[in-house]
Design a protein around this ligand. Structure first.
Ligand code: AMP
Ligand code: GLY
Length: 423
């Protein structure tokens, strides 16, 4: 089968590498892909948001199945467009992708269907938001309604900070239209868990749990990033908690979306916080997480294409989805300066022997030479029998990869290891 993967990051590289293991896959195209992905797929110079061009390309090249990985094209209706042209897809239609595309939608959904989440208020009027912040409990969390490249959440520890945040979102439009409406929500505490799930709109199959490391610096210090590393499984996510989440969050969410006439098919990502009052939803994503995918898919033992097709065809109930009992760790190597300004264009040296463990996020080919071309440059993933070994093996890979100005955190997985020791 000819497969098309929409997207250009480490997540897409991980999806492509896993799909290559499938005996039913003959060719993989990536739109737009990147210089690293080009070693594993045919990259086509069409932007991930250019959905008309993507659909035309898919028809002209007789694509059999498409995987739409990033949030933007999903929210813009890339799956709807490809389906109209007769091409089956992995991913939700736009009317279901709104679960990530609008925080107001997802918060109201959870409230209506009794799914546990932080208390919240919605504002589309700046003065009312400012008035509310005069008495709101502090710390508080300000969220732009729409997509904001993963940056639309501000945790304010003082009233002034909270007010500055709503002013910059609502009046100064720092996230454009996405921040004209804001959600102001209760600040929750507890360990965070990412649970990606496969769903065909009826059955929901959680993948192995994982833990992201969002801050740029060791010990969770500094600015928020797209994610600096991940481990799986997440030791805080016990079997009892998994069952509770299934009953109180996962199934109710799938049912709620059906009741709203917005059946969700594809990967539904539950960003959870295990609070003293039980697991609560911090956010939904309508897609695979990045860099969660880079630890979750290497642990998947079943055929990825078969599972993806089952979500499209509504046959997930009868499809085996098996994960290894091993552990995985992914360390992201970034360009020094990220998530603010950084330089690009440095030659990358990745030994051939470890290529299978590397997921390239920001690189381009200059002739045959791979050069850095983004903030997050790549992720190196190791799988091992236990988490401690996976972590040391992942750092062993990182040490073999060279490019100027490389930056990475030194403590990916440390918190998880401590949690294991405490138990
Ligand atoms: P998001 O961009 O939605 O993934 O949010 C970024 C991060 O903000 C999350 O991973 C949490 O660490 C934090 N966060 C979001 N909502 C809350 C909340 N209600 N309470 C505490 N932390 C939160
Ligand atoms: N790692 C968080 C996300 O993909 O949004």
């Amino acid at each position: 089968m000819k497969i098309l993967v929409v997207g250009s990051g480490g997540r897409e590289h991980a999806i492509i590498k896993k799909l290559k293991e499938s005996k039913n896959v003959s060719e993989i195209y990536a739109v737009p892909g990147n210089g690293g992905i080009a070693k594993d797929a045919i990259c086509v110079d069409i932007g991930a948001k250019e959905i008309d061009k993507i659909a035309t390309f898919a028809v002209e090249n007789k694509i059999d199945y498409a995987v739409v990985a990033p949030d933007d094209p999903l929210v813009l209706g890339c799956v709807d467009k490809l389906n109209e042209k007769g091409i089956p897809c992995f991913g939700p239609k736009a009317n279901a992708a709104i679960i990530e595309g609008s925080k107001v939608f997802s918060k109201n959904l959870m409230k209506k269907y009794g799914i546990p989440t932080a208390e919240y208020e919605v504002f589309d009027n700046l003065d009312k938001a400012l008035l509310y912040l005069d008495t709101a409990p502090i710390p508080t969390v300000i969220k732009a309604d729409g997509l904001a490249l993963g940056k639309g959440v501000i945790i304010a520890t003082t009233r002034d900070e909270a007010k500055d945040a709503v002013i910059s979102m609502m009046r100064d439009e720092m996230f454009g239209n996405s921040g004209k409406t804001v959600v102001i929500e209760e600040f929750l505490t507890g360990p965070e868990v990412s649970v990606l799930s496969f769903t065909d709109g009826e059955t929901v199959v959680p993948m192995i749990s994982s833990m992201d490391h969002k801050r740029i610096g060791d010990n969770d210090t500094g600015l928020n990033t797209g994610g600096m590393g991940t481990i799986a499984p997440n030791p805080y996510y016990t079997e009892d908690i998994a069952k509770l989440c299934m009953d109180t969050i996962f199934i109710p969410t799938i049912n709620a979306m059906n009741s709203e006439g917005r059946t969700f098919k594809g990967c539904l990502y539950f960003g959870l916080m295990l609070t003293p009052k039980g697991p609560k939803v911090i956010e939904y994503n309508c897609r695979f997480g990045d860099p969660e995918t880079q630890v979750v898919l290497p642990l998947l033992e079943s055929d990825l294409l078969t599972v993806m097709q089952a979500t499209t065809n509504g046959t997930l109930k009868d499809t085996e989805v098996k994960f290894s009992t091993k552990s995985a760790c992914c360390v992201i190597m970034a360009s020094k300066g990220y998530p603010q300004s950084y330089e690009k264009g440095f030659e990358m040296d990745i030994p051939c022997g470890i290529w299978n463990n590397v997921y390239v996020a920001g690189a381009k080919l200059d002739g045959d030479v791979l050069k850095t071309n983004g903030g997050r440059v790549l992720g190196a993933t190791a799988v091992a029998g236990d988490l401690k070994t996976a972590i040391s093996d992942a750092y062993g890979l990182v040490k073999q990869i060279k490019f100027d100005n490389a930056y990475y955190r030194n403590d990916i997985g440390a918190k998880a290891l401590n949690a294991i020791k405490e138990n």
